[in-house]
Design a binder for this molecule. Sequence first.
Ligand SMILES: C[S@@+](CC[C@H](N)C(=O)[O-])C[C@H]1O[C@@H](n2cnc3c(N)ncnc32)[C@H](O)[C@@H]1O
Length: 747
Amino acid sequence: MDPNAEEPAPIVYIGQHESQREISVNSQLLGDAQSLGYDLLTAPITTTHFQSRVLAILADYVKLISESPLPDALPLPNISPLTPKDTDLSPEDSNSALIAVASSWIDLGSKDPLIAHISRQVFNAEVAYAAFVGISSILVQGPVQGSDVAQYSRAILEALSLGPYVQLHIVLPMTGELEMEGFDGEHLSELARKQYVVEEDEDDDGEPEPFGSWETWDTIRSVCSYSNKLTVALEVPRQLPFASIQSRWYSESIRLLLFPRTSFLRNAKGYPVLSKPHQQLFTRFLRLRFPPWLLLVDVDSIKPMEEAASGGAPLEPTPAESANSAEPQDPVSHLRYIRHLQQTQPSRPPMERFGQGYQDYIQSPLQPLTDNLESITYEVFEKDPVKYEWYERAVAAVLKDLRKKLGEQHEIVVAVVGAGRGPLVTRSLRASKSTGIPIRCCAVEKNPNAHVLIQRRNATDPLWNGQVLIYKSDMRAWPGPTVNGNVRQVDILVSELLGSFADNELSPECLDGVQHVLHPDHGINIPQSYSAHLTPIATPKLYSDLLTRPADDLWETPAVVMLHQYDDLCTIANASGERVPDVKEAWSFHHPIAPAILTHAFVRAGGASDAGGWTGGDGKNEHNVRSCKVSFKAQDRGVCHGLAGYFETVLYAPEDGSKKVELSTNPVMMKAKSEDMISWFPIFFPLKKPIFIPDEAEIEVSMWRQTDDRKVWYEWFVEVFAQGTKGKRMKVGGSELHSSKKNGCLM
Ligand SMILES: C[S@@+](CC[C@H](N)C(=O)[O-])C[C@H]1O[C@@H](n2cnc3c(N)ncnc32)[C@H](O)[C@@H]1O
């Protein structure tokens, strides 16, 4: 968790795959591949013998129905169980390093019921046998061009139930068609009967839909209910598609990245290398919490060691051979290059280093008002390299402004409310020292355990020097500091009560409750304001994680997550033309609030005035209700799984108009306002049912911050609109109304 610690090279598992492996894979060959430096090897589940047997059964059946007076009365043929000649695989200890390959000559989505039926039998027999011999990872060719994706998906769903540990990895291109070598022999799709072959659409320009491959995947995983046993084996093409397609795939469950021969370039010395964009893609995937395995496809064919030693290619070229040959003779040049990339990865930004292991990990938001935090939690905040520094700047700026306004005679009272272990007290004292403006400093904390530490710190820290006035109190019940027997008004009220969505740790309610100690004319709050921001995202990872958890109200509870494997559905171009997420403000809070509002709230409390709150209680907290309706424009089709939430805060805007001191977790503003700040992860408002978003659709988000005087909760609702035929917008999808009332934040 230390953001400054040295980073080890990421762990990457690399395998080798040959589309047409000519030699059978056994533990000997696997051992040879491992001694060359591979971790994994692919192995076809069945042999060509099996294929010939299936084709013969098919041919017999076709003949039979052609000769039968009642062809429709004939039952579809069955494939008899596998025989020893049909497969080279057997149970071995080393099988965990094998990835089984299901036959690519079948057509699970064939529109011809006969072909689909045969294909399913082949596939099920293969999956079941692979699972039986202890190989859980199975590479499965994606749907054949023109076949029925729904039918294919159903077949995948069926196969997933064939073994408890079966993992199916669907081979798909990023866009268009696969580049890796296809299957050479007879393909079942070519044997579909005429009446089932659909003529090509003449109007079709032949150009693939850029998101077509992703859409195929979306259908497969939706039919399979986002099963965590189903992932993608994504082929990396020579020409990478648009950034929007790359980031869509990045958000998906990718277990394998396939690098075919075509994805490599040759450098001046003839060695295989990846282009810069390919390297960036590689780095991005490597930073995932569970990076995909890599498969080098149809490069550096693996020969058994014995064969290599007795006349095959030598393992390492001699210098003379290297000099004389136009192409390097290294038998694992692609692997060596990828290992080199692995070892020379650029270091991660501080937030990623700090959050390592927490990426896409769902946590309940902290409730520091209801719960008493542990010392270790404070310790984690205190590692932030930015937040405390910015608070110190803000206090210094306020001190200078107040000094101008109040003169040297006025002793400035600074109160840190919710002081925790005291870092903001230290920063306030430092600001006083650096500006030369003396202060009277107080610390208020309701956590009795943290209170012990701040008292000790007051006694031992030379900067505190026993001068800090320490109060163990809920700030809302604190009467203010007593100096020389008199209660003094506070000039600067410093707090850090912000959650990932700004107000979700009840900063507004706490600061309202302590505003009575602040000087009514010139008192200043740090922060002065904060705002909540949101944007719709696709995050299949979080959605499928939530699906695996039993509690129903998980869908009704915002979660704190270091969002990593997700895709922004709505982006805009920034000033330099770069596409950035369209993050919009939901609402904001400003402090101090108008005294009249507090007076009114006070009168309402106890039910003496008005009819009571709209959502319960007397209505005393109703001024902290907020709502918004924000509209976003999606560029490309996708699926919305929820809303990502962020916050921004103005700690202080100096009176001379100089740069404001601000913090932000909004990915668009963070760099400019508080780069490398690590204290807050984003918040995620999930949707119980993912919503499909068509190209260029409008996404409307309605959100509410509600209260009943005892707690605060959020409600959220998403609607999707597309352009209708008559030029009018038309609703095409929407969520149910989600509400966190049951798990609201207690006041
Ligand atoms: C997010 S922590 C910040 C701690 C510390 N100021 C820092 O920046 O490291 C918020 C602190 O406020 C305290 N707190 C929250 N609500 C409070 C209240 N109503 N009265 C007093 N302390 C409160 C919590 O116990 C916690 O120590």
